[in-house]
Write a protein that binds this ligand. Sequence first.
Ligand code: PMP
Length: 367
Amino acid sequence: MATGRTMWFGAGPARWPEKVLERAARELGPRAESGLSILELSHRGAEYAAVQENTVALLSRLLSVPESHEVLLLPGGATMQFAMLPANLRPAGSSADYVVTGNWSKKAALLARADGKVRVAATGEEDGFREIPPTQSWDLDEGAAYLHVTTNNTICGTQLHEIPEGLTAPLVADASSDVLTRELPLDRIAVLYGGAQKCIGPAGLGFVVIRKDLMERAPETLPSFWRYRDHSKASSRLNTPPTALIWLAGLMLEWIDREGGLREMMRRADERARLVYEALDAHPAVFEPVAAPEARSRTNVAFRLRDRDRERDLLELAARDGMAGLSGHRSVGGLRASMYTGMTVEAAGRFAGLLHDFAERSGRVGA
Ligand code: PMP
């Protein structure tokens, strides 16, 4: 499988480890138990139930989910949660606080604003989301139904390195682009959620790790399908769930577990980010990282070339070396290397090597 394999740095859907792709291909066909493919299995049967329980158990273990919380697997990715969160957690007449650190948190706030009150507790928009407003500067409403943060901002490549402590409002965190690459303490996070397509594998699946008591807040008037409580009672099988995606997530999580779990994923994330940022920092006359140094993400490294006209050349050179998915988001431009759980340290090293070579050829090393 490795021959002709592209080194994929896309922001999501993300790169999958070869071993997991090979296993998925091998095991997609008829299963020993029933002679049916996972694509055919009934979501109501015991065989499928075991598949889903395995995925949920692995995610719970890898994230150290405490007794107080429950893991729900829901279709619709992170964006559906932008709408479900306020509908469930913000009682009529109350307001929710949002810390806006990037385009995705802005979208989350916008969706929440559609049918209720939102306060922006802090925003980094004035400086183009290059920095994370320091937690001491957040203007918090003590009576807020919840406080929403984005733990990693996929587009500009910034990260909320410290999860705040001692908050009055329950903390809700979109961790789509850094879950399983860092410590996310669930004693401080009431709801941890995201799309699965970056760090957990398949696109179209969302994970919601929610403090159980909060599920009781949802109004009875909310349609059943929108209520976390109802999904919980039905063990995330209120309707036909994305069975194959849940199976695929399980394969990816088993791989993560076997490779050494969260600790090893964190080590690799640190190493990959170190390699790429070191290459950028070694050539300040050529490269210009987007994020302020103290806000740098470990999973999305966004940067410009000082000579904007040469960005295309660098992308072409990368493509010639088998690296793709490196164009920056259209709102930022430049380049972005997205490196989630499935990305090898070796590929990050290859990209860092390309950056060094490119800068050296530019003849302005370390200038
Ligand atoms: N939040 C963040 C931080 C993201 O990066 C993304 C997708 N790039 C989303 C939310 C939206 O995710 P989805 O496409 O799964 O709705």
